[in-house]
Design a protein around this ligand. Structure first.
Ligand code: NAD
Ligand code: UD1
Length: 337
């Protein structure tokens, strides 16, 4: 057992990871500024695990609050989810994205260093591969960014690499998530987007439940099996379990290393629509419209490095993702309310 600080732990991936961490016997402290989440998610984590969750409402950009926190607790490692994640919004509000993601992470690392905590798991994204030259995408592919959100992740990855090069006592795992989907099978926690969802599965769910009229499929002329975009959707519970393996890896003092967390194969938009329609028994009306600027045709992981070096691979498939996503949507039509 070890004591873990979880930043952004009230959010979608964070809350699912809290469940796995608690079940595995870790002691947690969650911080979040609740800018994109509800404290209710942590009550639900308590309900699922039967254990209390210690929470403090802290913004990672608040150096004083972070220092006070580290003065009164000793953490073995930090799992760092906190940040902003909407690509479109990042193009409109680049400074907010760099401030939250880059300055926030910088602040966190400065505080960790000052308190001699040098074990970090960072939430990166497959977006750092830009438009890959070939598939599947391996960790050693060239990195690039096409929008401020992606660039913030890339800058952080580079900053963390520099940090380890300067001081090899740091152990840092950069987890590059592919497309998280689904929800905890209890239906108690899941994704609760603000306003109209940007991402495919939350959008489809809201069409299925009748909150949105129809899905707009962005592009029907890609060079893919049916012309629609292909992505590597990964069950959020599998993703959460990847963080347990990352914590184990940190104990081997790996230095700074990046791992893809994906399933290793992709599904098209229309395949996702069909799977969701089957799971929900609902019709998902859709219309094929123009491509969304910045989108790529296909993206899926070479997931073999995480299998070899973390001992992690996805166990759940598309059926579980859509089943659990629909269960969460039906039980919580208004999210956490
Ligand atoms: P989320 O928005 O549900 O969770 C992020 C949490 O961080 C939220 O609870 C939010 O309130 C909190 N937060 C934001 N800024 C903060 C700040 N300055 N101080 C403290 N808390 C702050 O998002 P998620 O889907 O759970 O994503 C978690 C992480 O994984 C993010 O860093 C995201 O960029 C990354 N990621 C997500 C996806 C995805 O599709 N969901 C894919 C790749 C990477
Ligand atoms: C998005 C982010 C990316 C992040 C990734 C991981 C964008 C542009 N990119 O990727 O930075 O790393 O999530 O979660 O937001 N689609 C539709 N109609 C919709 C919504 C989506 O057809 O209403 C299609 C998209 O064109 C794409 C697929 O569904 O082919 C998945 O889209 P989305 O869920 O937004 O994820 P990504 O674009 O892969």
């Amino acid at each position: 057992m070890s004591k873990i600080l979880v930043t952004g732990g009230a959010g979608y991936i964070g809350s699912h990871t809290c469940v796995e961490l608690i079940d595995a016997g870790h002691e947690l402290l969650v911080i979040d500024n609740l800018s994109n989440s509800s404290i209710e998610s942590l009550s639900r984590v308590e309900q699922i695990t039967g254990k209390p969750v210690t929470f403090e409402q802290i913004d990672i950009r608040d150096a004083r609050a972070l220092n006070q926190l580290f003065d009164s607790h000793t953490f073995d490692a930090v799992i760092h989810f906190a940040g902003l994640k909407a690509v479109g919004e990042s193009c409109e509000l680049p400074l907010e994205y760099y401030h939250n993601n880059v300055s926030g992470t910088l602040n966190l690392c400065l505080t960790m260093k000052a308190h001699n905590c040098r074990n970090l798991v960072f939430s990166s994204s497959a977006t750092v591969y830009g438009d890959p030259a070939s598939l599947p995408i391996a960790e050693n592919f060239p990195l690039s960014a096409t929008n401020p959100y992606g660039r913030s992740k890339l800058i952080i990855e580079e900053m963390l690499g520099d940090l380890h090069r300067a001081d090899s006592a740091w152990n840092i795992l950069l987890l590059r998530y592919f497309n998280p989907a689904g929800a905890h099978p209890s239906g108690l926690i899941g994704e609760d987007p603000n306003g109209v969802p940007n991402n495919l599965l939350p959008y489809i769910s809201q069409v299925a439940i009748g909150k949105l009229e129809q899905l707009r499929v962005f592009g029907g002329d890609y060079d893919t099996l049916d012309g629609t975009g292909v992505r590597d959707y990964i069950h959020v519970v599998d993703l959460a379990k990847g963080h347990l393996k990352a914590l184990q890896k940190l104990q081997q003092q790996p230095g700074c290393k990046a791992y893809n967390l994906g399933v290793g194969n992709g599904y098209s938009v229309l395949q996702m629509v069909q799977a969701y329609a089957n799971a929900s028994g609902k019709k998902i009306p859709y219309q094929i419209v123009d491509r969304r600027p910045g989108d790529i045709a296909s993206c899926y992981a070479d997931a073999s490095l995480a299998a070899q070096e973390l001992g992690w691979s996805a166990e759940l498939g598309l059926d579980e993702m859509v089943r659990d996503g629909w269960n969460w949507q039906q039980k919580n039509p208004d999210g956490f309310g």
